[in-house]
Structure formats: structure tokens, C-alpha cells
Design a protein around this ligand. Sequence first.
Ligand code: GLN
Length: 473
Amino acid sequence: MSLATASLTSLRQRLTSGEISATDIIKDVTTQIDNRNGDIGAYLRWDPELALAEAAKADISLPLGGIPIAIKDNINVTGQSCTCGSRILAENYTAPYDATVIQKLRAAGAVPYGRLNMDEFAMGSSTENSALGITRNPHDLNRIPGGSSGGSAAAVAGDLAVAALGSDTGGSIRQPAALCGCVGLKPTYGRVSRFGLVAFASSLDQIGPLTQTVADSALLLNHLCGVDPRDSTSLDEEVPDFTANLGQDIKGLRIGLPKEYFIDGIHPGVRAAMETAIKKWQALGAEITDISLPHTDMGVATYYILAPAEASANLARFDGVRYGYRSSTATNLMEHYLQSRGEGFGPEVKRRILLGTYVLSSGYYDAYYIKAQKARTLIRRDFEEAFQKVDLIVSPTTPGPAHKMGELKDNPLQAYLEDVFTIPVNLAGLPGISIPCGTVTEDGKQLPIGMQIIAPHLQEARMLQAAHAFEVG
Ligand code: GLN
């Protein structure tokens, strides 16, 4: 069995017992990439020589010693390119520094290995918006892996990586994890430093782990969190050992089911999977309560004002002057900007920049941007009230399983609606995890379904304890 198929936790045991070495793992992961990446397209680039050299030096006594972690292509690693799935950064940009999460992973002994495909600048839910290639769902190569961290989810679920990092602004870790059948965790906003993550929407972005198991998620999260002087939004809060509560029972845990998340539009297979899951929660001793999050229907509209507004400001830096793509035909400064950006950005990114500049322009600012900020407050309050009554909230991660490649390509509005269950969690800054929850059969293929568990601010440990109980129960 390839070591790439083993969990992080089990690999750590075998490393410390001396049964395997860190270079054995890199070799097996490389073989898997060589054999399968041509079909799946999860990785954009990988450098086995570098990884082998780093693995040979890895200190196995450290908590993640010798474990390769694959990295979404919007997180900076010194000396490597960081394309964000965009033509504008594909050539001409080499990261001059390590993101804080990369520094932390290295300090824990892990080896960052390989760069994973994504929707351009993390805008999308299918990875079809990447300018650099297609990523396919390992369960059905005709279907999307989800996005924007589609490369991360496909690599982990397709056994091309032990574990990966992704980023989540409106669902980009949880949604692809659900559609590919792995575990994806978005931490509380501010838990993990964003320093070195290329910004999409700064008030929403968080980095998090995609893993094969909940225990792996907890272990990896232990080495991502913490206050960082280089990210003023990072939280100066104690970071517990997220693995400590795993294995404890969840008797008496109060779980809320928001009625707005069990609407008619969801796929019958998703509904059936959730019904089975609810019985399982009860069998594990949880108390199930119906709750309401009354402003849920504002979530998608609110997000698609605020996220593009922030993106339009964040992406202003890509002007071809200091780094990135520069048009070769411009004859004056204005042409230089227009052509470099016009040729460098793909259609979805342009749509977001247009939307964002529109809602921020004078005359529309109050009508759209300020109004969306108010709606965001209402959505946050919904959760605060719900968490007076329950400990955790459970919902489907997505309304349906992975759709076919190209199905929503010309229907951006429908694609935006797919984020309906994940977006409110980002707007409220809460932690959320997606774990596998059964399958539905389409075209003779078994397609994974994800269940989302949402916790109050900073309660990742409680969320992971419940997710683990469900996974092993
Ligand atoms: N699908 C959402 C979007 O397109 C979320 C993306 C994300 O979380 N990065 O914006």
C-alpha cells in the first residue's frame, strides 16, 4: 500500500517507531503524483528533489516531523512561484518569503511539498476558473472537484497527498472537501494568520487543513494557529491541543438543525444522507433541536457584495509594474494598466472586480456596501442567538453532489447559489468543518456528500470532538 494513502496520524506513528522514513513518504507521494496527476490535475507543480532533500533533514521528533503537506497555490513559500491559478502571476513571480503558516509547519517538522490548483484568486466553486488547467474529481473524472481549493481536496481524496492546506473565503475548503469526500476545516476568523496568503477578501479569508480524517485535521490545526504580529486581525487567544478531546463521548451535546438549511432545493440524496446522519447523532447521545437562522437567505447576496468589494481593492496591486504579467504591446501608461490587467485576469476575476468597484462607487456605496455590512451583522446575530440554545449547528455542506464539468460555466448566478450553506459561516467569522456523510449514486458513480458542523467562535475543539465521534461512531 502506498504511504500516500495512509493518514497523517498513522504515518507519524510509523515514523517514530522507525518502521518508515520521511524520504519513504516523499517517494510514495511522488509515485502517486506521477501515476495519477495526469488524470486528476490536482498539482500544478511539485519538486521531488527539493522535498527529498528537506525530508532527509526533517526532525522526526517534532509533532509533524517528516510529513509532506501539499499547499494551495495562493500561499507563499520562499523561492517558489505562487500563481493563484492566474495568468497574471504564472510567470514572473517568485515568493520572497514564507507565509506564517509555512513557517509554523516547518517549525513542527513538516515538509511543504507541491502546489495545488485552484480557481483564479480563489474565486469560484469548481476549480474551472483556473487559468492553468483542469482538476477533476477523483470519484468521477467527468465531474468538478469543487473549489476554490479543488486541487487540495482532489489531492487528499485521490491519495496524491497525505494532507493539504487550502483557503476558505465563502466555503472554499469545506465545499471541495464535501464534493471529494475528505475532511475540510475553516478555523474561526483570526485563528490562523493570513500573512503570506494572497488576499481575496481580507475580512473573510482563512487558511485551514484538508485531511483524510478528523484526527489529522486536529493535529494539523495545532500547528497553524496563533497570534501573528504581521496579521493585525490574528487573535491573541490561547491555542488548545485540538486532539485532546478526541475520543470523548458527546452525550448531552446539543445540536441545532437550522430549518433554513433544509430547504426544498436540496438534492434528495443529500436530504436522505442528512436524515441518516441525524439518527446517528442521536444514537451517539446528542440532543437534536430545530433552530432558525432567519437571515440565511441574505447570505449569498451579502457575500457577493462584500467579497467582490474587498477583492477589487486587494487586486489593484496586480498592475504589471513591479511583478507579474506585463503586456508587451502597451505604448503608454494607461495602455500598460489596461492591457496587463485585461490580458492577465480571467473572466470571473474581471466580473468580481467590476462588481466590487460598482458597489464601492459613490452613489452606490450606501445602497449596496453599507447595506451589506448591516445584513452581515444580522447574520452574525442569528448565530449568536442560536448558540444560546445549542452547542453546535449541523447542516449539509452543499445542496447537492459534484456537478459535471462545464455544467455551470455559463451560469455564474447558479454557481454562486451553491455556496448558500457555507457563506454565512464566513460572514459570521465562525469555525466550520465538513466531514464525509455518505454518498449518492449518479451515472453509476458513488459521489461523496459532506456534512457541515458549525461551532461558536474559538470552539474548534468542541467541533472536532463531535466530528471525530461521528466519524468513528
Ligand atoms: N465560491 C465562493 C466564491 O466564489 C467562495 C470562494 C472561496 O471561499 N474562496 O467566492
